[in-house]
Design a protein around this ligand. Sequence first.
Ligand code: ZN
Length: 278
Amino acid sequence: MGAVLGDIIGVAVLGFLAFAVLSLLVMRTPVTPGFARRSPTTSSVQLRQDPNAGFIFDRGFLFRRRCWFVGTCCPPTKIDPRRQGEMHADQRARPVPLVASGGRVWWWFEGTFYWESGRYSERDVLALIRDRQRRSAQRLDRAHMLLNIDEGKAARPRGRREPIPREVRRAVFERDGGKCAQCASTFDLQYDHVIPVALGGATSAQNLQLLCADCNREKGADLLVTPASVRFGVSLTTASLSECRSSRPGSVSDSSPAAGCGLALAIPLDLSSSPPVS
Ligand SMILES: [Zn+2]
């Protein structure tokens, strides 16, 4: 009886040993994918989505379940499988930090992985992710709008134009002495396209002038000779203007108004799109 029991125990121990040895033979660290072997190339502080990131599950000693996290520039890093389960639940509600490697920290949020190099807090990460999502939604809206315009399903928005770059604004403001080019008023100044954008006028310092709101409004439907023409060293009358227009149609170019008729045309503008001086 005792001998039989001893045999059973012996077989059990041998079986267990064989099982353990087999598990050790089979067990190995997961293969590190190419994207994880790279080292970080940028040192700028940022948050980025990591499409390569994910979990690897395998079996370890005694065939116990193991979990690894792997990401771009992040070699497989062991994570407690139970922790992984908890994090899986948590990441639906808030960003969850996963692993730190090479100065980056990986986060999991709403089923997507991100890395950041700014030692951000959970709230920082949430704010940055929401900002990314907002911008990407705006880009998509804009892309759809442009596609609709291309396909003729939507009208090109009127009264919208590229904003005047800060350096150009500054140059125009300084050149015109911070006052209306027509009446020298310093009240309610606006940037005015001498040759309107609609006629091919450029948003350049050469084609911009400061006008007060009143002078801008007064430009009206008629062609006016503005002090801009004085800037180009040309003096002309309304007669010579019309003469020039009839003899050389379409010769007014935005880049060099003096090369065409030798004058600057001030044509009605829509005030709504003239950005005020900031
Ligand atoms: Zn004025």
